[in-house]
Design a protein. Structure first.
Length: 178
């Protein structure tokens, strides 16, 4: 099993935090090499019911896994939870690749379409949308005018920066350098 360190682990923690919030991240960090909900309770001071909820959210997102053992005397099951690093890494990479693909599609549209904008700088409207609405802004009702090239260039630069950042992130993660 691949176990990231340093930057890689921070990258995974960031992904976990996006999916489950700060409390989910605290529970994850409390797992160590494996922990029961009672051990997590001691480390986090969260209520067991809250811990179980967070563990279920983490499990549904493919971040943690568990083993189950039955106490033969009491008949109760004990669940020991583990950080599933491989699965979390795969989920992170899959999500970032989807995000990258979406940004590339958006960049292509932005490069090939003409956009119109009102004087109040509400969101840009594509030609079809502007035409269908008689060149009136859907947000404020003002008249739409062709967007200035500098505005379009700024948006394209921002998209390219996001794409480059994601490509670098994916490259670093896949080469185990994140």
């Amino acid at each position: 099993m691949f176990m990231p360190e340093g930057k890689s682990l921070r990258g995974l923690y960031s992904f976990v935090s996006e999916r489950t919030g700060g409390d989910g991240l605290k529970v994850l960090k409390a797992l160590g090499d494996g922990a029961t909900d009672d051990v997590i309770e001691q480390k986090t001071s969260f209520k067991v019911s809250n811990i179980r909820h967070l563990l279920n959210v983490l499990h549904e997102n493919g971040i943690v896994n568990y083993t189950r053992e039955k106490n033969m005397q009491t008949g109760w099951f004990t669940y020991t939870w583990y950080f599933d690093v491989d699965r979390t890494t795969q989920n992170l990479l899959r999500a970032k690749r989807r995000q990258l693909a979406g940004l590339k599609v958006r960049l292509t549209k932005e490069e090939t379409k003409d956009f119109y904008q009102c004087n109040k700088k509400c969101r840009p409207h594509g030609f079809e949308e502007a035409f269908d609405n008689s060149f009136k802004c859907l947000e404020c009702g003002c008249r739409l005018k062709p967007e200035k090239d500098s505005h379009k260039e700024k948006r394209l630069n921002e998209l390219n920066e996001q794409i480059n950042s994601l490509q670098q992130l994916l490259g670093n993660f896949e080469s185990n350098e994140l």
